[in-house]
Design a protein. Structure first.
Length: 489
């Protein structure tokens, strides 16, 4: 099967040939003809399978006829990260060089003015992250009622990053008659629900078993202490022992990316950093330097784990065991691409044994250890040992409730005094109703309705405590640590 058998236009075929593509990948072979025919497509495929071209090529063919109007794009591609969106825009530059299509890239970290100018001229293709797209829509700079083709890419990553509500909102703003191309590496229940809601009789294409690693990747595990300094020392030794051309080092948290980056620089490694808190200019410059070989190591959070086209990465080091087992597959998928051999190593502390078992269960095989594997006794001890938060795995205590009466000092009910706690509130109200109501002295009434003299307090009786004066200048939100009892003298 060649690209000429997929129903692509002569202009697209010419660009494909000029780009050096000869044979379509399995996802392209199945998805392109269905997309050209106008059918909805549900594609389940891992990164590195040629998924981007499987929606770019048919979109170019279908958009050859017609023109875009101002602020009314003809097609929309949603991506979870800025890097992925920019990467898709590069595909349009390469494969759409014979077309005169206007492509607008709407991502954060870039000036609104430049993006507004592109939209005002009329964009055939809008490639966007959900948040920035909605920003333009709310500002009245973008109309979505002319979209003919919608692509939702990396849907499971959208779920991980909390974008599913935004994606649902965007889908509801689009014409009902649009064509939808929906791609995801895995299909968790929430992503399946989204697909069922917005796809109409889709062609389901699944080119590989879900969450499987490429057979060309050599995977190994390395024991590491839980102590951060000791763990970094083990990583450095591992990086020096292996013949590394270039490598991505994955951390679970952005904070750890920065710490590891500075540590490796101090020890003489040529390393850059990539995480979500960097501005777009820094992220683009770092990726370009890594692609060109100016830096050999890239310390990254999972923002770099999905879909980034970084060719010929020789090694992947997982400094942290990923929280979600599927993220392990996506991380190591940066190496061993296009049939090349890759190497992936992961540091495992005693606290990570349970998470490791979840990854091996997903892969359906055990990963080999560089050193001796932990014994069953060591694993049992790790499970029983409290972690840094002071509780054993799987036995996390419930959050402590707010101290009773913590909202009384501000004159407002606490969050526990809500209708959900009706029994508690009714009991309080009943107790208050049973207490006698005191009127002004001299106006206390007897049962017969005649005024009775108010009783005189004893001289030894201390004055009743006065309520604490309300804090000034802080509104109704007084911090709990300032709500201390005041002794009235």
């Amino acid at each position: 099967m060649s690209f000429s058998n997929l129903g692509l236009s002569p202009k697209v075929l010419s660009a494909v040939e000029a780009a050096g593509f000869e044979t379509p990948t399995p996802i392209q072979h199945k998805a392109v003809p269905a997309a050209i025919s106008g059918r909805d497509v549900l594609g389940i495929a891992q990164t590195g399978t040629g998924k981007t071209a499987s929606f770019v090529l048919p979109m170019l063919t279908r958009l050859e006829r017609g023109r875009a109007r101002a602020r009314m794009p003809r097609s929309l591609i949603l991506e979870p990260t800025r890097e992925l969106a920019a990467q898709v825009a590069e595909h349009f530059e390469i494969l759409g060089k014979n077309h005169k299509l206007t492509v607008a890239l709407l991502i954060g970290g870039v000036s609104y003015e430049d993006q507004d100018r592109k939209l005002d001229r009329g964009a055939d293709v809008v490639i966007a992250t959900p948040g920035r797209l909605l920003d333009h829509f709310m500002r009245g700079k973008l109309l979505l009622n002319g979209v003919e083709i919608l692509v939702v890419d990396e849907a499971d990553r959208m779920l991980d990053m909390g974008f599913i509500p935004d994606v649902e909102r965007i889908c509801k703003l689009l014409p009902f008659t649009r064509q939808t191309l929906f791609f995801s590496a895995t299909m968790p229940p929430e992503v399946q629900r989204l697909a069922d809601k917005f796809l109409h009789s889709p062609v389901r294409i699944e080119v590989a078993p879900q969450a499987t690693a490429a057979a060309t990747i050599v995977q190994r595990l390395k024991k590491a202490p839980h102590d951060p300094a000791g763990k970094r020392e083990v990583l450095r030794a591992l990086m020096r022992e292996t013949a590394v051309k270039n490598a991505i080092i994955f951390c679970n948290r952005k904070k750890d990316v920065g710490i590891l980056h500075r540590s490796l620089q101090r020890h003489g490694f040529n390393v850059g950093a990539l995480h979500g808190d960097m501005d777009q200019h820094q992220r683009t410059a770092t990726l370009d330097a890594f692609r060109s070989g100016q830096i050999a190591f890239l310390a990254a959070s999972d923002v770099a784990a999905r879909g980034l086209d970084i060719p010929e990465v020789s090694h992947i080091f997982n400094y942290d065991v990923p929280i979600h087992p599927e993220d392990y597959v996506h991380r190591i998928g940066r190496t061993g691409r296009a049939g090349r051999e890759g190497f992936a190593a992961m540091l495992v502390t005693p606290q990570d044994y349970k998470a490791l078992k979840a990854i091996e269960k997903l892969l359906r095989y055990e990963i080999a250890w560089i050193d001796e594997a932990p014994s069953e006794e060591e694993q049992r001890e790790a499970e029983a040992r409290p972690n840094e938060n002071g509780y054993r795995r799987g036995n996390r205590p419930r959050r402590n409730k707010r101290p009773h009466g913590s909202g009384a000092h501000t004159g407002h009910p606490s969050k526990h005094d809500t209708p959900q706690n009706g029994h508690h509130n009714k009991a309080q109200a009943a107790r208050r109703s049973e207490q006698p109501k005191h009127h002004h002295p001299g106006e206390r009434k007897q049962a017969h309705g005649h005024a009775a003299p108010a009783p005189q307090p004893k001289k030894t009786q201390s004055p009743p405590p006065q309520p604490r004066p309300r804090q000034q200048g802080m509104g109704d939100h007084v911090p709990a640590f300032m709500m201390r009892p005041v002794r009235v003298t």
